[in-house]
Design a protein around this ligand. Structure first.
Ligand SMILES: *Cc1c(COP(=O)(O)O)cnc(C)c1O
Length: 453
């Protein structure tokens, strides 16, 4: 057992602004399109769904965006989060690499998601909204928005993908503890939900379907708005508190990362860690390797196409240029529920097109193996999503060992797995399968991509 090395910031060092990577990119990402006209979206069309402040952040080009004091004050419940060096893991791997991780699991709901949930609830409340409607897959986002709603006195309604609703009753109980209403999707409460239920009364649901339902409710109720937990620019922006803190903590450690690693579902925890570092590298002309770790069963960055696609399954959202498996894609059942989205954040997709980031697709068994090794070395049980980042970081450390070179690795440990122990139990019982997407399945799903006129 080697000495614990932990880097802590003081409360007053919680960042005062979020960082907007758009200000430092060599070219801007393509703007979203209105599917009816094929032309750039008029921001006013988003007003029924989002408050003005968030629409402005979605389009913002300035580098720094101040964090309201009310938001910082709630952040203070768990921020700044710790940065640690995984010395035991390094020893077990016998690697000369230094492995650091930023731990976001100390938040009230156990992941990075409250970083944006709190900001979104604040801006909605400030503009007089009374109810927030959203979707959730594994339940991380739903419980984070439920928590944020409780902080600012907002009602919260969550459409939860039916398979997860059945598999994860504790997440629903957590949402209800915070005062939210959680219902399985597809549900009979919306036209979109009824359509999918008519096709299959036992429909397992998908994130894309749940988004369609939440958007429909928000669009039809003037006192309600929609909240999204990933993908959009303003969500990625709010998550940059992670990387901004981590930059100061790496300075405390007297080191600077050679490679950054994050897992990618919609791209927000990855962006949150990576964007501030990447921005500095771009400004200073320094090289920085960045690795996105995604599941082989839902491989949008490594096997998807870069195309215009809808964010949901019913085709109600604007079109976004992104790496996508097709908005009709229903991923096979695997345990990292938060990584089951068909697309990738347009900003993250754009970075991939610019050659500024790499991506790897990983099987769930090797990821759980890495999660168990991490727990036995460092004590923290990673969320199933986060095990992808752990595995990718271990690969980097092993490559450093083979090359006999020092390498400083920093990854985002975006959540703990205390609500996901069934997944670990299934892993120990040998019940986890590695399902790779076949070429035929992929082709079938991509055939439904919208064609622009
Ligand atoms: C939601 C979630 C993810 C996936 O979402 P991103 O936007 O890609 O971060 C990953 N890890 C955890 C713990 C999550 O809750």
């Amino acid at each position: 057992m080697s000495e614990t090395t932990k880097f802590l910031l003081a409360e007053r060092e919680i960042p005062e602004s979020w960082y907007n990577l758009a200000a430092d990119l060599p070219s801007p990402p393509p703007p979203p399109l209105d599917p009816a006209t094929g032309r750039p979206l008029d921001p006013a069309t988003l007003a029924p769904l989002f408050p003005h402040a968030l629409i402005a952040q979605e389009m913002a080009s300035e580098r720094w965006i101040p964090i309201p004091e009310e938001v910082r004050s709630v952040y203070r419940l768990w921020r700044p989060t710790p940065l640690l060096r995984a010395r035991n893991l390094e020893q077990r791997l016998g690697t000369p690499a230094h492995i650091y991780y930023k731990y976001e699991g100390v938040s009230p709901t156990g992941s990075h998601k409250p970083n944006t949930a709190v900001a979104q609830a604040f801006y909605n409340r400030a503009e007089g909204v009374r109810r927030l409607v959203t979707e959730t897959g594994a339940g991380q986002w739903g419980s984070s928005l439920a928590f944020a709603g409780a902080m600012f006195g907002l009602e919260v309604q969550v459409f939860m993908v039916r398979v997860s609703y059945q598999q994860k009753p504790y997440r629903k109980a957590l949402m209800e503890t915070y005062g939210a209403r959680c219902l399985p999707s597809p549900s009979p409460e919306t036209a979109a939900g009824r359509r999918f239920l008519a096709e299959d009364p036992d429909h397992p649901g998908s994130l894309g379907i749940a988004i369609s339902e939440a958007v429909e409710v928000a669009a039809q109720n003037p006192d309600a708005k929609y909240a999204l937990g990933s993908v959009l620019n303003h969500v990625l922006l709010h998550q940059t508190v992670i990387g901004l803190e981590a930059m100061r903590q790496m300075e405390m450690a007297g080191e600077w990362p050679d490679v950054l690693v994050g897992c990618t579902g919609g791209g927000s925890n990855f962006a949150g860690l990576v964007f501030p570092f990447l921005g500095r590298s771009l400004r200073e002309g320094r090289r920085l390797r960045v690795v996105a770790a995604e599941p082989a069963a839902c491989p949008s960055l490594t096997r998807g196409v870069y195309a215009w696609d809808f964010g949901d399954s019913a085709g109600t959202t604007p079109l976004m240029k992104m790496h996508t498996l097709g908005s009709g894609f229903v991923p096979p059942g695997f345990h990292a529920g938060g990584l089951r989205y068909h697309g990738m954040a347009p900003m993250v997709s754009h970075l991939r097109e610019l050659g500024l980031i790499e991506a790897v697709a990983l099987g769930q068994r090797e990821c759980f193996e890495a999660g168990v090794l991490f727990a036995r070395s460092e004590g923290i049980v990673p969320a199933p999503e986060a095990t992808h980042a752990v595995r990718a970081a271990i690969r980097e450390a092993e490559a450093a060992r083979e090359a006999r070179e020092p390498r400083v690795i920093l990854f985002n440990l975006c959540g703990h797995g205390h609500f996901d122990m069934q997944a670990y139990a299934d892993f120990f019982a040998g019940r986890l399968e590695d399902r790779e997407l076949t070429a035929e399945e992929l082709a079938r799903s991509l055939a439904s991509l919208p064609r622009l006129r």
